[in-house]
Structure formats: C-alpha cells, structure tokens
Ligand binder design. Sequence first.
Ligand code: PMP
Length: 425
Amino acid sequence: MTNSLLEFDREHIWHPYTSATNPLSVYPVERAEGVRIILKDGRELIDGMASWWSMIHGYNNPVLNKALIDQTRKMAHVMFGGLTHEPAVNLAKLLVDISPEGLEHIFLADSGSVSVEVALKMAIQYWQATGKPQKNRLMTVRGGYHGDTIGAMAVCDPVNGMHSLFTSILPQHVFADVPDCPYHKPFDESSFADFRQKIEKHAHELAAVILEPVVQGAGGMRFYSPEYLRKVREACDEFDVLLICDEIATGLGRAGALFASNLAGISPDIMCLGKSLTGGYMTLAATLASSRVAKGISAEGGVFMHGPTFMGNPLACAVANASVNLLLESDWETRIPQITQRMEAGFAPCRDMDHVADVRTLGAIGVVEMKEPVEMESIQRQFVERGVWVRPFGRLVYVMPPYVISDDDLDTLTSAICEVVSLQK
Ligand code: PMP
C-alpha cells in the first residue's frame, strides 16, 4: 500500500519546490496528534515546523475539531456575494478587536499569497480613487518573502526569490537594502539610510511600502530591530505612502507579541494575516485595512475589485474563530518566552561549531544558520531517523514549533538539531 502510494505520488504529484521527474523524497503520513506526526510505517516525529508556521495548537485539537464539525452540520460553504454568516462576522469582529489600532475593514481571502495580492490591489486602488493614479509602484526591502503569486513574487527578494525566472512579466518595484540592524543589537541609525533615501526619491510614484515586520521569514529568517519598523512608519507618514505589514508568518504570537507590529508599537495601513489564523486547519487569510484606505477606495461609488469563490468560507472562519479564541484564552504570553529561553539553551552547543554562522531565537522561532547550504535529502533523513520533523532550506536549519510543545519535546527537538548540525561539517 505504502509503496504504491509513494509510486503514484512520485510519478504524478508536484510537491513544493521540487522536480516533477526526479523529486526529493516524501514521507507518507498516517495521522498527526498534538505535536507528533505519525508516519505510515509507525514512526513518530516531533514536529518542529508546525506545518509551516500554522499549526499553533497542535494536530487533532478537540476544540478546533468541534468547531469544524459543528459548522459542517450547518453549512460548509455559501457564496459571500449577497450573503453573510456568523462565522465571518464573528471572525471580523475578533480581528478588528485584537489587531493594531485603526484596522477596521476585513477582507477574507483564501491564502496568504492571495491576501498579499489583495493588499497590493487595495493600495493601488486607493491612490487611483483619490486622484493620484501615478502612485502605482511598490517599495520593499531586500530579503523579504510575500508569496508565490505574480504580484507577491514581484516584492520578494529579487535574488533569493524567483525574479530571474519571471523578469519578463514582473513589475519592477523599488528595493531598499536588507534591514541590517539585528533585533538583539543596539539600533544603528545608518541601517535606515538607504530606505530613507529611496522612499524620498520615489514617493511621488509609490502606492505603498510592503514588508514583513521585525521577522523576515522564508527570505532568510532574519530578525531586525523594531526601531527600523518605527522609522519605516514615520517615513511612510512623512512621504504619504501607505504601509502594508505582512504578518502572515508573524501574526498571532509567533514573534512573542500578538502581532510583530506591536513590537514596534505601530499600526500599518493594511495588514495581512494567514497561516496560523485557522490553527493550521484550513486555508484562510485576511487583509485588514484602515478606514482611510477603505473609505478612499469606496469614495464616489468605488468598489474593491476582488471576490474569490471561497471568500469567507464558513468552515475556515468557524475554525479561525475557535483558534484565535483558544490562543487568547491560553497563557501564550508566558509560554512563548519560555519556549524562546529553552530553545536558546538547547541550541547553545551549536554556537561553538565552526561551520555554524549564527544561532538566534525570537518568540517561538529558533534558527541555526550554517556557513554552507545543507544537503536537503540527507539532512531530512537524519532528522527523521532521530524522531523529529525539521525541514531546513539553504543555509537555514530552523524551528517554529506548535505553541503547545512540552519542554521535554522541545529539548528532544533542539538536541536532535545540535546533533544533526554537528554531522554536517
Ligand atoms: N507572506 C509571508 C510572510 C509568508 O511567510 C508566506 C508563506 N510562507 C506568504 C506570504 C504566502 O502565504 P501562502 O503560502 O499561504 O500563500
């Protein structure tokens, strides 16, 4: 059974970022429970990835299961054009309530990348509707990642991202240097100089700045100073450019604050949420906008031009409500700093390894940056052999475990990483 399943998978199914004809190995999963992924061959893996940042409360969570089952009995889906429902309204209320001040208009999109497209379109439409259509370019920082769709790709890092493959169709935006001001070091004013100079120069043609607040995720797992983000906010105000914070990876506690924007005490004009919004159960994202943006777009009868089939899907909204409430009722504010400390201690042996460039932690994110890229197929196997699920990329071996992970499981995870990293010399 397992063999025929794997054979069909290998022959016919595309997995992320791998060849269709000579793909990297995949491990068949039977089920998952709490922080454990149980493979078809019976092996259990402690999950260090929370299914790409999303599964914050663990797998097979009874509260989320119940929310989903209860909603399924009422309706799995209904179109959002001309209809509405409690799961969407309750979720929107909750997001308005907990998000940074001023974000009051909620667009329920179907994935992180789509919520970024929605954010970009909102910014462009805003300036068109308010009589400045020439403000139609975007600015961002190098080292970012915002998704795989065309609009999102155009604001991903031009080198690490997929720009070179798609140069002919990607709009050319403005890129400032990567924020070179590590979170844990005193802020160096000069790190903001390039951003400042570029926003000043291009403000007349800029609709918005988009960036990941404080944590640059898939573009390099870098943590930069909240002071930099504060300066971005100030510059956007000074030069009349909208600010979009992509909190898809950081939102809902991951960076140690409910939103990474809170670390800098700022509110963006537009904010994207996704990943952990449904506790990793379903694909759902949200684009939150300020009244200025919403009213601007809607002035003189304007409408926002986006409306996907599965907008506001009731199942996804119901499970998102349950997940966000579960988080708010939990002791995440004490647990996440404990996770940080435990990872910091657990990764300590890696700091002394010659082939390790850096070890850093923030919130429930732990990173061991190697000097050379790792060999994916073999390192993946070494992790699985040690009963943990960690999926590095490039030079980065990192974890962002479910928030419900126990100290013992976290210790197993970090010591397996130290051991495997030590073997990569
Ligand atoms: N923005 C950020 C910051 C992300 O980390 C991701 C996903 N890794 C996305 C956008 C895209 O989200 P999705 O994969 O759900 O389309």
